[in-house]
Ligand binder design. Sequence first.
Ligand SMILES: O=C(O)CCC(=O)C(=O)O
Ligand SMILES: [Fe+2]
Length: 355
Amino acid sequence: MDPFAELPPFPDNVPAHPLLIIDYELVKAGDTAEIERLWTAGTKLGFWYLKNHGVDEEVHKMFEMGSETMALPMEEKMKYEQGDDGMSFGYKAAGANAVDATGTLDTAQFINIAKDDALAWPVQARRDYPSTVNARMPTTITPFVEKSLAVNNTLLEAFNDKLGLPKGALLKQHPREEFSGSETRCLFSPPILDRQVIGAHTDFGSLSFLHNRLGGLQVFVPGSETWQYVKPIPGHAICNLGDAMAIFSGGILRSNLHRVVNPPGDQGSLYRYSLVYFTRPGNSIILRALTDESPMIAEAVANARDPGQFDTGVTSLDWFTRRIKNQRIKNRKGPETWMASRGTEHTEPTTISAY
Ligand SMILES: O=C(O)CCC(=O)C(=O)O
Ligand SMILES: [Fe+2]
């Protein structure tokens, strides 16, 4: 079944940035040419399409889980709201976050489910969830999390070797058993013309495995002056690196700015769903460049304009909590709260809201 069949196509006359297309099966098989292309994608833009990932069936069911959850009465969803303390897991209502320094409200609802809960099910590891999530945990969510973990770990290992790290060094930053901010997220937003759905940001963690059916995602390509759409392609996931990988690699890998706006053309009158699996480092991992383990990373840090930026002195949990907490509109004191929510993109032109 083609999940795009019922949807109006992404318009032909709207430019989209041509991400590199990486074949997961080839990367998994150790194909050096394909791994070289993955490396190019990770170092130049930090975004790429991933085909042949084998997760389509689970993605389809996750979209169903998302629509079942979003259809619950607001009062029910609000029982599971993520709150203002910087925890991500649970439900996030539309308008709970700022999308820019002036405090404009976001328009996306999320349901975020911790990887730790998906793997521990039926034991509760981190928090409780709406009935629609519980009902889908064994059939849909846990299988999706397991497959996404395997895909992301394979990609991390490929980057590990290209960075000249000892085998398993990056995987050691993401222990399966340690609690972390790793989670799956289903997003839902109504048509909205005059503002961003999700403000410009870099992702907090290491690697995001994203599934889009409608347009709306935009990337800010280094050296360009405008935002560019990423066009959804059936069967192709969109992968991107987050802050933790930029820091571990001493800036060799790129955590790129992106945002979500209304889908273009005829897609723009539809409700938009999307789905992500985020791999994030273990809570206790200190975010710093892995200079002791790779001469290539040591050299990158030595040559960096501001080497200190790769020695944050904070744990992954602290980094994540700070960013989530300062996006929450209830915590907003002024533009400085937005600045306090920023990640590795702080040197980038994040002020362009240019809607
Ligand atoms: O919905 C999308 O296309 C992207 C979502 C995103 O960037 C995020 O949740 O971090
Ligand atoms: Fe993102």
